[in-house]
Design a protein around this ligand. Structure first.
Ligand code: FMN
Length: 215
């Protein structure tokens, strides 16, 4: 059997069933977005609608409904941090997605400690392994959400999740993903292979088969 993806997966010849217009771009991240409100109270909320949107400068987007307390905080402070939770913190992430900082002190409720970013006007969560410190760069209303594009001014990683001074060991971070289809949290799986590398086998096979056709 060759390396053509459809032949490997075995899905290509089956009937595709329509599931309708839904947010099923799986997987989605589970991030805690931390902010200061107008009075300086630190808060965080869970988001699944987010992702990297530029390599240079490094930027990330998060999409928040305007009804959230965090939405007004990002508008007021023009900054937020992305706190990437580990699998052991899934319950805290779930909690932070169900209650509002308007009514509760989620830092106290989750027994998290707020640190102050020295770079942007936002707090971060000491207990998470990985933090992206973001300056608000652009805002775009998309349906019921506002997409906040943040420039990543710095990344802070706990020393215990580094191979060396600069290389992150994602296995030790143990990030979780949100399964939008089943509304469940999942861990990440095993490494499959090196990026910008394993595709070379497909390229080689494709080149060989086009060479055969022209012979
Ligand atoms: C797994 C999960 C993912 C969520 N993703 C988002 C999201 O991407 N955008 C959003 O506006 N709300 C999202 N929420 C809901 C908010 O986290 C929730 O409304 C939260 O209470 C807002 O907190 P705040 O009022 O303190 O800002 C999510 C909730 C959960 C449990």
């Amino acid at each position: 059997m060759g390396l053509v993806p459809s032949a490997v997966s075995g899905y290509s010849c089956r009937m595709k069933r329509s599931l309708g217009s839904r947010t099923l771009a799986v997987p989605a991240p589970v991030w805690l977005i931390a902010t200061y409100d107008a009075k300086g109270k630190p808060n965080f909320m869970t988001v699944a609608w987010g992702g990297i949107c530029s390599s240079q400068p490094p930027c990330v987007t998060v999409s928040l409904r305007s009804a959230t307390y965090s939405h007004s905080a990002i508008v007021a402070r023009k900054a937020y941090t992305v706190n990437i939770v580990s699998s052991s913190q899934a319950a805290q992430a779930d909690y932070a997605g169900m209650v509002s900082g308007r009514d509760r002190n989620k830092f106290a409720d989750c027994q998290f400690t707020a640190g102050r970013s020295s770079i942007v006007d936002a707090p971060f969560i000491h207990e998470v392994a990985l933090v992206l410190e973001c300056r608000l760069m652009q805002t775009l209303d998309v349906g019921i959400h506002t997409m906040f594009v943040g420039e990543i001014m710095d990344v802070k990683a706990d020393e215990t999740v580094l191979f060396d001074d600069r290389t992150l060991d994602i296995a030790r971070v143990s990030p979780i993903i949100y399964d939008t289809a089943r509304r469940a949290y999942r861990g990440i799986g095993q490494e499959i292979g090196p990026g910008w590398e394993i595709g070379k086998a497909v390229r080689k096979q494709a080149e060989e088969s086009s060479a055969e056709k022209t012979e």
